[in-house]
Ligand binder design. Structure first.
Ligand code: CIR
Length: 259
């Protein structure tokens, strides 16, 4: 069974962190209904959605991906690169402790989950404005005992590694080659986004389907031509907060225990 942890959109999302985008008005009600539909897509794809309550004082708290990395053996509680986001960790850690042993990234390390692309036993970690080498070294030491390999990858021009590259199918990565170097990622098949859609490389793979924004029709066509099943969601308001589809959930497998 797959669990997807999500969190309701904060009423203060208009005060979110922005790095590469200019601030434009966010329609809170629309953001919330788009987020509802996103959660519904997760449920339709077989996830049990565990929705945490709103954190009114934490503008970016809907973006739960950034505060943890959930592996089969443990959950790594990150130390987000933006000061305003550090208080998001506590309640996610409490919830995750119901499922996993917790381990922590500590100062001077900073790490956003949006910088971590996990493919099998390999974790690619973006060196971005949010995540640094100290955190990468800590992460490597924390999870090496479980057989994981951690590889650093330079990111430029975007917020997180997964703004630039994400997994679209078992052996296929969707990439914007202007923001990362494909050579850093080994032997995967590559699908390049349509160059007219620079934010199109972030997709959330659940089973054999992907949750994907409606705002990138050209890249969506490329994905579908590869035989990838796309569940399209409208996320315009979350995109204005520099979010995308991976960042709104923490998805992990939980063995079904028999009574
Ligand atoms: C931030 O700048 O931290 C938020 N406004 C957006 C975070 C999006 N997270 C993600 O893509 N993993």
């Amino acid at each position: 069974m797959q669990i997807a942890i999500t969190r309701e959109v904060s009423r203060s999302i208009a005060q979110c962190e922005l790095t590469h985008l200019s601030r434009v008005q966010i329609d809170l009600e629309l953001a919330r209904s788009q987020h509802q539909r996103y959660q519904q897509a997760l449920a339709e794809l077989g996830c049990e959605v565990v929705s945490l309550e709103e954190q009114p004082e934490l503008p970016d708290s809907v973006f739960v991906e950034d505060v943890a990395i959930v592996l089969d053996e443990c959950a790594v509680i990150t130390r987000p690169g933006a000061d305003s986001r550090r208080p998001e960790s506590d309640s996610i850690a409490r919830k995750l402790s119901e499922y996993r042993k917790l381990v922590y990234i500590e100062a001077p390390g900073t790490l956003d989950g949006g910088d971590v692309l996990r493919v099998g036993k390999t974790l690619f970690v973006g060196l971005s404005g949010r995540s640094n080498r100290a955190a990468i070294d800590q992460l490597r030491a924390l999870i090496a005992p479980y057989g994981y390999t951690v590889k650093a990858a330079e990111v430029s021009g975007c917020l997180h590694l997964k703004s630039a590259v994400s997994q679209a199918a078992e052996n296929t990565l969707l990439v914007n080659p202007r923001w990362v170097n494909p050579a850093d990622f080994g032997d995967f098949e590559w699908l390049e986004i349509d160059p007219a859609e620079e934010y199109a490389a972030n997709t959330l793979l659940i089973g054999k389907s992907i949750i994907y924004p409606t705002s990138f029709p050209r890249t969506r066509q490329l994905l579908e031509q590869r035989g990838i099943r796309v569940v399209a969601v409208e996320v315009s308001e979350l995109q204005k907060a520099e979010g995308a589809v991976t960042c709104c959930s923490l998805v992990f497998t939980q063995p079904v225990t028999s009574a």
